[in-house]
Design a protein around this ligand. Structure first.
Ligand SMILES: [Zn+2]
Length: 288
């Protein structure tokens, strides 16, 4: 990684960028980079009316990001890449360096599923951004883990729905696609990889056995568990007991869990426990 020590302020000088062009209103048809009246003359390396020893805004941001895609972290220092406006021009976004990110072509294609004229194949991009992704590219970076976490397939929009809004709001680009079984499989693998990167390994079997005070197994009792992840985010899982009164969870080992058990007017019973690598059963009685 060749992270620059330059700040965005430095980069304006190093790349001889004109702050006047930060504002789209100051970009006219005659001098715009693509002749479309939109992109500033100092957008890229093929400048029309300025001369510097460096490339334009695109190159400045690529240097700022250490030559990596802001979403998946792939090395784009020697390959084609796109420069993305975080807040789009349509939404009032500007060309200032604060609002720009460089992306690999597949990632850019993925976050604009409705735009046809982009290069790249979204299937080559990971569905979930890298854990180190720029927060602005964090859409569905931290999916919520539920006990039926493998059942979100094959719809990726469902994955988006399951993502925690607070952790994903920085990203404005929401990708929702229709996908086939192959993509769903890739998404599932991607999801497992992401959980791994987050330090979440489901290596503990934890069962809550719920009975009534008459010592009868209780069907359909609700068991809600909260586990802390090592990234400080809590994972909440909820499931109901089966006919034997059991609610089974796959959880990370060595973590404190907090649980609540209820069934209709019975309960709640709350308890705290720690998961281990050995399978474990906790007996809970709900009083009539
Ligand atoms: Zn990428």
């Amino acid at each position: 990684m060749n992270h620059t020590n330059l700040t965005l302020r430095d980069l304006y000088d190093t790349y001889n960028l004109n702050r006047r062009y930060n504002h789209p209103d100051n970009v006219t048809f005659s001098h715009s980079y693509f002749g479309d009246g939109k992109y500033p003359p100092d957008w890229g390396e093929k400048r029309t009316d300025i001369s510097t020893t460096h490339g334009g805004r695109r190159e400045a941001i690529r240097e700022y990001q250490g030559g990596l895609c802001a979403r998946c972290g792939t090395d784009i220092s020697n390959s084609e890449f796109n420069c993305h406006h975080y807040l789009s021009l349509d939404q009032g976004g500007k060309h200032d360096l604060n609002n720009l990110l460089t992306l690999c072509l597949p990632c850019h294609r993925l976050i604009h599923p409705d735009v046809d004229d982009l290069d790249g194949n979204w299937r080559e991009a990971p569905i979930f951004p890298s854990i180190d992704a720029d927060p602005r590219m964090a859409t569905v970076r931290k999916p919520v883990v539920t006990s039926e976490r493998r059942q979100y397939l094959p719809s990726l929009s469902l994955v988006a729905e399951k993502s925690t809004p607070a952790e994903n709001t920085p990203a404005l680009s929401t990708a929702t696609f229709k996908i086939g079984p192959g993509d769903a499989l890739a998404a599932a693998e991607d999801f497992e990889r992401l959980l791994d990167e987050m330090g979440i390994h489901f290596d503990s079997e934890y069962t809550v056995h719920v009975t009534s005070s008459a010592d009868l197994s209780l069907y359909d009792a609700t068991v809600e568990l909260t586990v802390s992840s090592q990234y400080g985010t809590n994972i909440t899982l909820e499931t109901t007991t089966d006919r034997s009164g059991n609610a089974r969870f796959e959880l990370p080992a060595g973590r404190e869990i907090k649980a609540t058990v209820t069934k209709g007017r019975l309960g709640p019973v709350e308890f705290v426990d720690t998961t281990t690598t050995e399978p474990r059963t906790r007996e809970i009685t709900l009083q009539d």
